[in-house]
Ligand binder design. Structure first.
Ligand code: SF4
Length: 499
């Protein structure tokens, strides 16, 4: 169904408030200077010497942000030995700040009506063949019963289309519905404890309403920061056609009281070097204006989609080697920021990413509307926005991570203890966040193994928990007593105990 989107006074035109753009501009300009970024990339040494690279790595290891010029130097590193040093430093930084924890979540698509016409997306308004659907309350409940009661997720990223059917009232109501579901499990009960939101670039008043419904991170990706490419990909008569409105959404979100914001670029629309530099400018602009940079950075890579204009000979598609370099440089440039790699990527790349400093992964993912339960027909399930590269179940992912020595964390304590925004960023920068997070990671991992783990996964996961408890005993003895008390209670079936 095509929704008329250009009628005066329509839903679309009322969404954009010009004063919520102009208030952030400096001398009438936004913080992405295309010419400057292109120049910084061009002027960087084509084969940086080892000393220059190692000085930059030392700065990252000291948990300091890199400048765009330093990022441009790293972009040009092609020497295999130096790339390996970059990888080792990225992993060391991740372990220093986040330890061996990987947070997992599931994407949950609630609607795919869309008023926009992004030329690379199968859900665009011009695609008359797309099956359009918005989940009802009952269908949302059915989905959450599977996510929280059968798979064992505690965190979701809920994804909404940009359309009156997915307006702010719908979003607020759907969040309440998601949080209301409780499901009995093998040894306790399951529930979604934290919902992150990926939704349109709303105005401050709407963002306040969403914040009041109790969310974790608010995500809006710029897709491409390159203005000419942006204009080509996002026709001007759509909401998304307004570059600055989207660019400043995270500023508005923070003004609306949302502490944690997630930024990202769809790598492959334009030159990855440019997008990478622009992401760094974006998080630095947030920090400069609002005192906190991005909580997470996402770097989805363009993959084929139904009715997309992106063909295999598109000039900016990112190969695996460059994609790995992107991940390394983000980890090095903003050492304390969360990094998300989704199941768009193949399992082999995601496993490598774990050794490069990423912090969050999804699993058992379904990206069709109603894809987790039987809420929709098989035909509707086949219509998805893009094709998944990693179809591992959560149980399989957890087992693979455990085999690599990584513990899966379902911790959502920070959001309920006020450890968000500047507070969590300061803890991360100071390297003290792990004081709470390791404990909560182990507690939630035990919960998950007891409620959902297969025999194979428990066989690998339970010894890992023993190892972690021994580490807590030596490294965090003052917390040992309360931790052991909570751990024993969880093993008896109590749930959601956290420090
Ligand atoms: Fe709509 Fe998002 Fe697709 Fe653009 S990318 S057409 S906003 S669903």
């Amino acid at each position: 169904m095509t929704v008329p989107i250009t009628a005066p006074g329509s839903w679309i035109q009322k969404r954009i408030k010009e004063d919520e753009i102009t208030k952030y501009l400096e001398n009438g300009r936004n913080f992405i200077d295309d010419d400057l970024i292109e120049r910084q990339i061009k002027d960087a040494p084509k084969a940086p010497d080892a000393k220059q690279v190692r000085d930059i790595l030392a700065k990252s290891m000291a948990i300091k942000d890199l400048t765009p010029e330093e990022v441009a130097v790293l972009i040009n590193v092609n020497d295999k030995g130096l790339l390996e040093e970059m990888r080792q430093t990225a992993l060391a930084i991740k372990l220093k700040i986040y330890d061996n924890r990987i947070v997992t979540f599931a994407p949950f698509y609630l609607g795919n009506y869309c008023v926009n016409r992004c030329t690379y997306c199968g859900f665009n308004n011009d695609n008359a063949t797309a099956c359009r659907k918005v989940l009802s309350d009952d269908e949302i409940r059915q989905e959450v019963e599977v996510l929280a009661g059968k798979i064992g997720h505690k965190r979701l990223i809920v994804v909404y289309g940009e359309h009156p059917k997915n307006d702010v009232d719908y979003i607020v109501n759907s969040l309440k519905t998601i949080y209301s579901v409780r499901v009995k499990t093998r040894n306790g009960h399951g529930a979604i404890r934290r919902v992150n939101v990926n939704a349109p670039a709303f105005c401050i008043d709407d963002l306040k309403k969403i914040n009041e419904a109790g969310i974790g991170t608010y995500q809006v990706f710029q897709e491409t920061y390159h203005k000419k490419t942006y204009a080509k990909m996002h026709p001007a008569n759509t909401i998304k056609g307004n570059y600055d409105w989207r660019l400043y959404c995270m500023h508005r979100a923070m003004e609306a009281g949302i502490d944690d914001v997630g930024i990202g670029a769809l790598f492959g629309l334009y030159d990855w070097r440019f997008e990478l530099m622009a992401l760094i400018y974006h998080t630095q602009a947030l920090e400069k204006k609002l005192g906190i940079g991005a909580h997470t950075i996402s770097f989805p890579r363009l993959v084929p989609a139904l009715n997309s204009m992106i063909t295999p000979d598109w000039p900016h598609l990112v190969n695996d080697e460059d994609f790995k370099k992107i991940m390394l440089i983000i980890r090095l440039a903003v050492p304390y920021t969360g990094m998300i790699i989704t199941a768009r990527e193949k399992a082999s790349i995601r496993n490598e990413a774990v050794q490069m400093g990423i912090t969050q992964m999804d699993a058992s993912s379904r990206i069709t509307i109603g894809g987790y339960s039987d809420a929709v027909t098989a035909q509707e399930k086949n219509k998805q926005q893009f094709i998944l590269g990693d179809t591992r179940s959560l149980d399989e992912l957890i087992r693979d991570l455990a085999e690599m020595g990584h513990i899966t964390s379902f911790c959502t304590a920070g959001y309920r203890c006020g450890r968000t925004g500047k507070c969590i960023m300061d803890l991360l920068r100071g390297g003290t966040e792990g004081k709470f997070c390791k404990l909560n990671a182990v507690l939630t991992f035990q919960e998950w193994l007891d409620d959902f783990g297969s025999e194979d996964t428990r066989r690998i996961g339970l010894p890992l928990i023993e190892k972690e408890i021994n580490e807590i005993r030596t490294k965090n003895p003052q917390a040992l007593q309360i931790f052991m008390d909570y751990h024993a209670r969880i093993k008896k079936g109590e749930r959601d105990l956290y420090l």
